[in-house]
Design a protein around this ligand. Structure first.
Ligand SMILES: *Cc1c(COP(=O)(O)O)cnc(C)c1O
Length: 239
């Protein structure tokens, strides 16, 4: 294996993070984009709080992504408290599929929910937002490759679903998120996501992971979600 990111030493994650930030800034300017127009969401799924902590304390990272509500809650209760003691505020993104029976916990524990993708979820989130007065920012996930096993609204249903979220449930949707099919050219998928966002007046485009973030930056990503290039290859795939 020739992993660039070998995070056996937790400080390697900090070095990887710093190199990645510089590469994103370089890529942005190569694409005539402002480096600060691209947010780095550090994907910490499967890594323990102690493994993640140096990227906060030393690396100054405050934006993270998790794909499982149950995994994230205890880990980020701990990490948010430790970060708060340093005067840092964490922004936690939910990037994995959401079940409607987890909507309550998702609204309570996440600052951004990137995976709104069906009416049942929209209804459950609207209910929790009203009940709690807490307003996580919301993105709709689009299944750009129309893969049967994958979450996300189909591209041809995206406009109607966005209108439903807004008109029937009073939800403000800030952007779109997509995970292109594995083993396919990502660029048509990123481009399609950009077209749907533009048509619907949405600003945020969450796209690009360790393997394809440079392409995503080129095609207008406002957030890239990068895990293994920071923390190292995940031992057990929970993605
Ligand atoms: C795991 C995951 C990522 C990060 O993937 P890497 O290849 O480790 O960078 C990004 N987005 C989603 C939705 C994920 O589940």
């Amino acid at each position: 294996m020739t992993d660039l990111a070998d995070a056996d030493d937790p400080l390697d994650a900090v070095a990887n993070l710093e190199a990645l930030r510089a590469a994103i800034a370089q890529r942005a300017s190569d694409c005539d984009r402002a480096p600060d127009a691209i947010k780095l969401v550090a994907v910490s799924k499967t890594y323990s709080a102690d493994e993640v902590w140096p990227t906060i304390a030393v690396g100054g990272q405050t934006v993270f992504g998790e794909n499982r509500v149950q995994e994230a809650i205890p880990k980020w209760r701990d990490l948010r408290a430790r970060a708060a003691a340093l005067g840092k505020t964490i922004e936690l993104h939910l990037i994995g599929p959401l079940q409607s029976n987890k909507a309550r916990e998702a609204v309570e524990h996440f600052d951004v929910i990137e995976t709104v993708d069906r009416e049942k979820i929209a209804a459950a989130l609207a209910h929790e937002i009203q009940r709690t007065g807490k307003h996580p920012r919301l993105y709709v996930e689009v299944n750009t490759g129309a893969e049967p096993q994958k979450a996300g609204v189909l591209p041809q249903d995206a406009d109607a679903f966005l209108a439903l979220c807004r008109d029937a449930y009073g939800l403000t949707i800030d952007g779109l998120m997509a995970i292109p099919p594995a083993g396919e050219q990502a660029s048509p998928h990123f481009a399609l996501l950009g077209v749907i966002a533009k048509r619907n007046g949405l600003k945020e485009l969450s796209m690009g992971m360790s393997a394809d973030w440079p392409l995503a930056v080129q095609l207008g990503a406002t957030a890239v979600r990068v895990g293994s290039a920071i923390f190292g290859a995940r031992a057990h795939s929970k993605s």
